[in-house]
Design a protein around this ligand. Structure first.
Ligand SMILES: [Zn+2]
Length: 103
């Protein structure tokens, strides 16, 4: 697993997990699906979960849910207080799709 701990100076405030927004991030992790990175807490890192927004964005860039099924089969994210897999991600995906139309 890629774990690149940021050498953040003290006093700058704690960075919150980009995935669940509920816990302080323990480090910055590379996405499995694109050239982006995100801050994640220990739980999300262990789950291999990525921000729902970013996963939906990658799905959009891939060509939509139909094309994403294979590539994102192991995708994990966090929504409504629990970790979710691709099936649930695709259920929420339409809520994000409108935001991606400009890209
Ligand atoms: Zn988290």
């Amino acid at each position: 697993m890629l774990r690149t701990l940021l050498g953040r100076s003290k006093g700058g405030g704690e960075q919150i997990c980009n995935v669940c927004s509920e816990a302080p991030a323990i480090g910055v992790f590379s996405s499995r699906f694109g050239p982006v990175s995100h801050a994640a807490c220990g739980n999300c890192a262990d789950q291999g979960a990525e921000s729902l927004f970013m996963i939906c964005f990658h799905i959009h860039r891939t060509g939509g849910p139909e094309k994403a099924k294979q590539r994102f089969a192991k995708a994990r994210s966090f929504h409504d207080g629990k970790y979710i897999g691709l099936k649930e991600i695709l259920t929420v995906y339409p809520e994000f799709e409108d935001e991606f139309q400009d890209y």
